[in-house]
Design a protein around this ligand. Structure first.
Ligand SMILES: O=C(O)CCCC[C@@H]1SC[C@@H]2NC(=O)N[C@@H]21
Length: 182
């Protein structure tokens, strides 16, 4: 781990935190907001790779846990880790790791299409695999309701996946971080 790695990890934790300035939007069925922060998660994994991307999101969650109001709506503190969005928060780390791992694996041929598919696989499939059971458990709703309620996030998350993919491809061209010697 170099000084540059630490700076990049802190930078992407900060970028994801800043995305909390967009007000949370609540949809019917579930007490889980639409948030721009899942875009930060995709960017962390897709630009930094698995290890640094996962650490960036972990750092953000540690700062949230110690009470900083870095989640949308100015939320923070330990309570969020037992609330209805706890599964999604855990899924953020898993998603950054998965997106980072897939980006490293497909680095040489990375195109807008590949990067979008990677962000959808990590930022929707992996993230929701943690979030849906988490919200069912914490909010006391059936898994089917958690599943149906979460489907409403998909269109927005696909838009975020395309934006993240465009950034990943642009960064790969101009300032590649993945695939570089530390
Ligand atoms: O702020 C929180 O406590 C976490 C919110 C998690 C929201 C999830 S992330 C995936 C899905 N897409 C969204 O826009 N919202 C949910």
């Amino acid at each position: 781990m170099t000084t540059r790695d630490i700076v990049l990890i802190a930078l992407f934790a900060a970028i994801t935190a800043v995305m909390a300035v967009f007000p949370p939007i609540t949809l019917p069925l579930l007490p889980v907001p639409v948030t721009a922060q899942s875009l930060g998660v995709m960017l962390a994994g897709g630009v930094l790779g698995a290890r640094r991307g996962g650490l960036a999101i972990l750092l953000l969650l540690v700062l949230v846990a110690i009470g900083l109001p870095l989640l949308s709506g100015g939320r923070g503190g330990l309570a969020v880790f037992v609330g209805p969005t706890a599964g999604f928060l855990l899924g953020w780390v898993a998603a950054a790791l998965a997106i980072g791992w897939m980006t490293e694996r497909f680095w040489d041929g990375l195109s807008l299409v590949t990067a979008t598919l990677i962000c959808v696989a990590g930022g929707i499939v992996v993230m929701y695999a943690f979030g849906i059971p988490g919200v069912a458990l914490a909010a006391g709703v059936p898994l089917s309701t958690a599943f149906a309620g979460s489907a409403a996030f998909i269109p927005g998350d696909i838009v975020k996946a395309v934006i993240a993919a465009a950034v990943m491809v642009a960064v790969k061209r101009s300032y590649p971080i993945i695939g570089q010697a530390a």
